[in-house]
Design a protein around this ligand. Structure first.
Ligand SMILES: N[C@@H](CCC(=O)N[C@@H](CS)C(=O)NCC(=O)O)C(=O)O
Length: 232
C-alpha cells in the first residue's frame, strides 16, 4: 500500500502526516509550494478541486484521490481499521469530535490567524470575534478532557485533527490560561514519537509567538496566498 501525500507545513497538512506516521503507512511526500500557488495548477485541481492542501492519492487502491483533511483522516482510519474505534457508537463519537474540529476550531482559528497576523488592515472587531470564539471552543474541549484522557475513547483521528490546530494557539493569539486539561492533553500528544515525525513533514515549521522565531517569512507567504497571486 503506497500513498502520495500532497502537503505543506500547515495545521491541516500535518494532520495527515501525523496520521500516516501513527498508522505506519508507506507514503511519499509531494511538498506543495503554497506561496507560488502550486495548489491552483490544473494538474493539482484534478486531485483536489478546491486547490488547497492536503490531499492524498492511494496507489494501493486504483489511485483513489481524497481531499479535505477530515475526509482523509476518515479514509485512512477506515482503510486500516485503526484510530477510530470499532463499534458504531465509538465511530460516531470520533466523528462528532472530528466534525467539531472541521466546522469549528479549524475555521475559527484560521480566521483568527488572518485578522490577527496577515490582514493588511487591523480590524479589532474581527480579531476579537475569532479569538473569542476559538477560546470558547477551547473551553468545550477542556471540559471534555476534564474526565476523558482523549476526546473520543482511545486516541483517535479526532485528537490528531484538534492537536494540529490547538498547538498553534499562540500564533492565533488565543489565550489558554486556566485550560489545564487542554494543555495536559496537548503535552501528552506532542510527546508521541509519531506526532513528532509527522510535524516534520514536509519540513518542521514553528507557529509560535516567540521573539526568537522568525515570523516574517510565514506572514509574507500567507499574505501572498490570501491575495491570490504569487508575489516575490
Ligand atoms: N477544509 C480544508 C482546508 C484546507 C486549507 O485551507 N488548506 C490551506 C493550508 S492549511 C491551504 O491550502 N491554503 C492555500 C490556499 O488557500 O490557496 C481541509 O481541511 O483540508
Amino acid at each position: 500500500m503506497s500513498i502520495t501525500l500532497y502537503t505543506s507545513p500547515t495545521p491541516n497538512g500535518v494532520k495527515v502526516s501525523i496520521a500516516l506516521e501513527e498508522l505506519q503507512m508507506d507514503y511519499k511526500v509531494h511538498a506543495i509550494d503554497l506561496g507560488s500557488l502550486e495548489q491552483k495548477q490544473d494538474w493539482y485541481l484534478k486531485i483536489n478541486p478546491n486547490g488547497r492542501i492536503p490531499a492524498i492519492v492511494d496507489h494501493g487502491n486504483n489511485d483513489f484521490a481524497v481531499f479535505e483533511s477530515g475526509a482523509i483522516l476518515h479514509y485512512l482510519a477506515k482503510r486500516t481499521g485503526k484510530l477510530m474505534g470499532s463499534s458504531l457508537e465509538q465511530e460516531s463519537e470520533v466523528m462528532q469530535w472530528l466534525m467539531f474540529q472541521m466546522g469549528g476550531v479549524g475555521p475559527m482559528m484560521g480566521q483568527a490567524n488572518v485578522f490577527y497576523r496577515y490582514a493588511p488592515e487591523k480590524i479589532q472587531y474581527a480579531i476579537d470575534r475569532y479569538q473569542k470564539e476559538s477560546r470558547r471552543l477551547f473551553e468545550v474541549l477542556n471540559a471534555r478532557l476534564a474526565d476523558h484522557e482523549f476526546l473520543a475513547g482511545d486516541y483517535s483521528i479526532a485528537d490528531i485533527a484538534h492537536f494540529s490546530w490547538v498547538r498553534i494557539y499562540s500564533w492565533s493569539g488565543v489565550d489558554v490560561s486556566g485550560l489545564n486539561h487542554l494543555t495536559r492533553w496537548l503535552a501528552q500528544i506532542a510527546d508521541r514519537p509519531a506526532v513528532k515525525r509527522g510535524l516534520a513533514v514536509p519540513v518542521a515549521k514553528e507557529y509560535v509567538d516567540d521573539k526568537n522565531v522568525a515570523k516574517d517569512a510565514v506572514v509574507k507567504a500567507a499574505q501572498n496566498m490570501l491575495v491570490g497571486s504569487p508575489k516575490t
